[in-house]
Design a protein around this ligand. Structure first.
Ligand SMILES: [Zn+2]
Length: 260
């Protein structure tokens, strides 16, 4: 485990609400009976939306058949703390996962990602999709995992603070299979462990409240599509959308008189 992972775990430990504290969602209930419940049949915490059967069986099956035959490339973590975006050919200490090129499936996946982002962000959060990032088809074989992290915020352990480092407001994954063991998604601040089902879609805010880990796959292979969206309502930390962003609405904040 890397030092940053240890520090994030320390943060979760010291900042998770006590079971008898008022819940952060302002429901009036205590955390332990609401977003922080440890009951096995609990509902997702406030902000996390799971839509079952979003992706039809035939879509999952055909994309899986394609993906199993494709070459895989190791992924590493984008670490804003380090000031660089590394891509690597070998395994990262905090992330053991590979990516499969979408190839001929790309147009169909882009359509699925865009329409679900657009509709769900509007319906669940009353916000407007501005762009989404190029979707990744993720491949976790046995032993694959992703250590605790937040999708948009970086943890600066020295100061003990999280800072928005990437212009991501919502994260979305959909799952192509469930015939593997392990591989739960654990939203640690909420005591919420979720085992994806084939065809499920999950949408959640990308910030540090939703720090999560992809627990190790212990048997079989896990395939999922992931993308991240920015909405027009949010504060941005960069002057421009990420280079591979798919624009949906025209952004108002971009500075066009400077380059770089
Ligand atoms: Zn709550």
């Amino acid at each position: 485990m890397s030092e940053i992972t240890e520090r994030i775990l320390g943060y979760v430990e010291s900042h998770k609400l006590a079971p008898n504290a008022p819940c952060s969602c302002e429901s009036g209930k205590v955390f332990g009976d609401c977003c922080g419940s440890t009951a096995p049949d609990r509902a997702p915490p406030c902000g996390i939306h799971i839509q079952p059967n979003i992706v039809p069986d035939s879509y999952c099956h055909q994309l899986l058949t394609y993906a199993r035959k494709q070459p895989k490339r190791w992924l590493s973590i984008v670490r804003p703390q380090a000031g660089s975006q590394q891509l690597s050919k070998k395994q990262d200490e905090d992330r053991v996962a590979r990516e499969v090129k979408l190839g001929k499936w790309r147009p169909k996946v882009l359509k699925t990602v865009e329409s679900n982002f657009r509709d769900l962000i509007r319906e669940k959060f009353d916000q407007t999709l501005l762009w989404f990032e190029e979707p990744n088809l993720l491949f976790y074989s046995a032993g694959g995992f992703y250590a605790p992290h937040a999708d948009s915020h970086a943890y600066f352990a020295g100061q003990g603070i999280w800072q928005k480092a990437m212009d991501r407001d919502y994260s979305m994954l959909f799952y192509l299979n469930d015939d593997y063991e392990g591989g739960h998604v654990n939203f640690m601040m909420f005591n919420y462990r979720y085992k994806p089902k084939k065809g499920d879609l999950i949408l959640f805010p990308s910030d540090h409240r939703y720090v999560h880990t992809a627990e190790p796959v212990t048997r079989g292979n896990r395939f999922a599509i992931v993308s991240w969206a920015a909405v027009s309502e949010s504060r941005k930390v960069k002057l421009r959308p990420p280079p591979e962003a798919h624009m949906v609405e025209k952004p108002g904040f971009i500075c066009t008189s400077h380059s770089g």
